[in-house]
Design a protein around this ligand. Structure first.
Ligand code: RIB
Length: 307
């Protein structure tokens, strides 16, 4: 069985459902308010565990109520929290999320303890990073820590799956350390300066990322599925049509599904199809981790959706 390490953010998501998003200066009535465990790193860890993977979460939380709740979340989800540190005098990361009736979202993240995931912390966890077959990274913790963790993992001959979200400019050395990078269309446009609204631009964006040293580029395109761009290969793997109510963490679910399928030795196209299914199911329910499917559900879903 493969071992997975996720290094990244742990947030408590405060989700307000609205009919439509307020414009600047406008006040609208909300429909409901709920708190859900979230954060791109923690979401990927919980999604991996639900899919049956052996996963360790490396990150930092605050010594507050959200941090306390979170320890229970990982225990109940079967995620190894041996590399989860409680920092005193700082709040656990939060995300204020508005979800519209169309299932779209706006997110404001406050890093809190995620901002303390520094290179000293990464060095402390060198051994677990080196011994994990897969390292999953995102960009809600300091960039220099992401680079160092990727360097340690690759030097140990491991696979690094980098989700460049939320969108920001990346140093070339990080791109060259990613075995697989999984931007969505917006992130791919920001990373490459290409217009990714049509296939030709997506291909150019993918090829630019390959030129930066990434081995495999997968561009997530929502309901359209995902594009695989590798040397001599450009292919769209279609997504699934579902009744979507909340797209929060669909990208995190995708990355977990992709890593699990790759860890089982499936080919890239097959792994992307599996990841598309995990992401699609996650959009049919509210919340980030609360929406993530277990393995049997994904297998049943794929059996009902033959190619
Ligand atoms: O990817 C979704 C996540 O982004 C949310 O859970 C929220 O915490 C933000 O970090």
């Amino acid at each position: 069985m493969k071992h997975y390490c996720v290094l990244g953010s742990v947030n408590m998501d405060m989700v307000t459902r609205v009919g439509s998003f307020p414009k600047p200066g406008q006040t609208v009535e909300g429909i409901s308010f709920t708190t859900f465990p979230g954060g791109k790193g923690a979401n990927q860890a919980v999604a991996l565990s639900r899919l049956g993977a052996d996963v360790l979460m490396a990150g930092r939380i605050g010594d507050d109520l959200f941090g306390t709740q979170y320890k229970r979340v990982f225990a109940e989800s079967g995620v190894d929290s041996g590399a989860l540190e409680v920092m005193s005098g700082i709040a656990t990361g939060t995300a204020s999320i508005e979800v519209s009736n169309m299932g779209e979202n706006h997110i404001v993240v406050v890093a809190g303890a995620n901002g303390l995931v520094d290179t000293v912390f990464v060095e402390k966890n060198r051994a677990v990073i080196e011994s994990s077959d897969f390292l999953l990274l995102q960009l809600e913790v300091p960039l220099e820590s992401v680079v160092l963790a990727a360097r340690i993992s690759r030097a140990a001959g491991r696979i690094v799956v980098l989700d460049p979200a939320p969108a920001k400019h990346l140093p070339n050395d990080l791109l060259a350390l990613a075995s697989v990078i999984t931007p969505n269309e917006t992130e791919a446009a920001m990373l490459t300066g290409e217009d990714t609204s049509a296939d030709a631009g997506i291909r150019r964006a993918g090829e630019k990322l390959l030129d930066s040293g990434v081995s495999t580029v997968i561009i997530k395109a929502g309901v359209r599925g995902a594009y695989l761009v590798a040397r001599g290969c450009f292919e769209r793997v279609p997504g699934f049509t579902v009744k979507s109510v909340d797209t929060t963490a669909a990208g995190d679910s995708f990355n977990a599904g992709l890593a699990v399928a790759l860890g089982e030795g499936r080919g890239m196209i097959e792994s992307i199809r599996f990841a598309n299914a995990v992401a699609a199911i996650s959009t049919t329910r509210n919340g980030a981790q609360a929406a993530m499917p277990v393995r049997a559900e994904v297998d049943a879903f794929l059996a009902c959706h033959p190619r």
